[in-house]
Design a protein around this ligand. Structure first.
Ligand code: ZN
Length: 437
């Protein structure tokens, strides 16, 4: 059977604790906060950190200058900080250019962003490819600002440096790869970015101990520019990716959503469909769309890789999205653990989705004389088990995979796999090697 699933209560707590450690760090698409976050992940799995220099052309894009923040605030003339990056890094528009000056409230106002419909939340805003600066505040806070003058300090730097990403390659028996990709470029946002990072890190920690059929590639990258950079620098190797998932928004209370790969009928699409249908929980499966996270790049027509995205509530569909309310109260240990378990189920099916050849294909083999009925005699699910044997024997013609058999019979993959192992032990099935299939 499958290797045992780790204790999910403990895993959930550990996932949430790691998200808590990463939460205060001010990440962006480049810079020291991104590096510090990847170094923390390195304490869990041996990620390799790559630095792509500013100015490197990557397809139609260019790696931007590196952004770092020393300090940022708006202070009244008594020197009291009324908006302070040190208290919450969402207060500063990410990638703000340096600025210092004394402004009236009227002059300052175009640089202040709020969410009037959610007056207590701080929005998350970026200005990656525009030379501007700004602050994000709760609408309540904005209304409390008195008329008068303010000292504005945006002590940031935008200089030649590099874009950092983390990569872990775990070789398997095959050079065909499973890609797990998550973005790590958002500052203090828990579901959108941190949940994907911690679940990916724990998946890597688990899978590194497997006797792997596939090779696995874990990418911890800044969104969009990171996947574009990786694809540009690794174009010749990208065809090794046989199955892939983009991991994000996996810690909220919503049910699982799967967005299919652009191909729509890739093996990963069918495996996730199977896992969700047998999860006993609500779920939703959507066709591919060219909007979302890094699957946009992996599924661009020039690559068209079989990469889908498995999330809980998708980005933009929960109220807290891109605001200070996407925090460690929204993301809960039990939902992180549930997502982690569903990802593990997907990987285990990929690893075991083989084809077999019935060694006794002319009429049914006599199961009783081989002791196969007595094997199952005491089982509560004896009739189910017998039916599973008949399905596996009938469809093991070298063309159907175990997932095909599971889907056609309506049985869970784990049961079909268990039966295939038993029948193999009794010499009734021969496994086809990957290159024979
Ligand atoms: Zn986002």
């Amino acid at each position: 059977m499958f290797a045992e699933t780790p204790d999910l209560d403990l895993t959930g707590q550990a996932l949430h604790a790691l998200a808590g450690e990463l939460y205060p760090i001010c990440r962006s698409i480049t810079g020291d906060g991104l590096r510090a976050s990847l170094r923390r992940i390195q304490e869990i799995v041996p990620l390799q950190l790559h630095e792509v220099p500013t100015g490197t052309p990557v397809f139609d894009w260019v790696v931007p200058p590196e952004w770092n923040v020393r300090d940022a605030y708006v202070a009244n003339l008594r020197g009291e900080r009324v908006i302070d990056f040190q208290r919450n890094n969402l207060h500063l528009v990410n990638y703000s250019v340096p600025f210092r000056g004394r402004l009236t409230l009227e002059e300052l106002r175009p640089h202040l962003h709020t969410i009037p419909e959610q007056p207590d939340w701080i929005p998350y805003r970026t200005s990656y490819y525009r030379e501007t600066w700004g602050f994000c505040v709760s609408h309540t806070q904005l209304l409390q600002l008195a008329e008068g003058e303010y000292e504005v300090c945006v002590d940031t730097s935008l200089e030649p440096g590099s874009l950092t990403y983390g990569e872990l390659y775990l070789p398997g028996r095959s050079s065909d790869e499973v890609l797990i990709s998550c973005h790590c470029c958002h500052p203090s946002l828990a579901n959108d970015n941190l949940s994907g990072m911690v679940v990916s890190a724990f998946l890597a920690q688990e899978i590194q101990n497997w006797q792997r059929r596939y090779s696995y590639r874990f990418l911890f990258i800044p969104g969009t520019i990171g996947s574009i950079a990786w694809l540009a620098l690794n174009e010749a190797q990208a065809h090794h990716i046989r199955h892939g998932l983009v991991v994000t928004c996996v810690g909220d209370p919503g049910f699982m959503h799967y967005k299919k790969s652009r191909r729509g009928d890739a093996e990963i699409d069918r495996v996730v469909d199977h896992v969700l249908k047998h999860s006993g929980q609500a779920f939703e499966i959507r066709e591919f769309s060219p909007y979302g996270y890094d699957e946009r790049q992996y599924c661009s027509p020039g690559f068209n890789l079989p990469v889908g995205s498995l999330t809980r509530t998708p980005h933009g569909r929960y109220a807290e999205y891109h605001s200070s309310a996407d925090n460690l109260s929204l993301v809960r240990p039990e939902f992180l653990a549930d997502s982690f378990a569903q990802y593990l189920s997907v990987m285990r099916i990929l690893e075991n989705n083989k084809r077999f050849l019935n060694a006794n294909p002319k009429c049914e083999p006599q199961l009783g004389k081989r002791g196969l009925y007595s094997t199952i005699g005491g089982r509560k699910d004896a009739s189910e088990f017998e039916l599973a044997m008949l399905w596996v024997l009938n469809l093991s013609d070298g063309r159907h995979t175990l997932l095909d058999i599971a889907d056609q019979s309506g049985m869970p993959f784990a049961q079909i796999l268990e039966v295939s192992r038993l029948l193999s032990e009794h010499g009734l099935l021969n496994e086809l090697q990957d290159d024979e299939a």
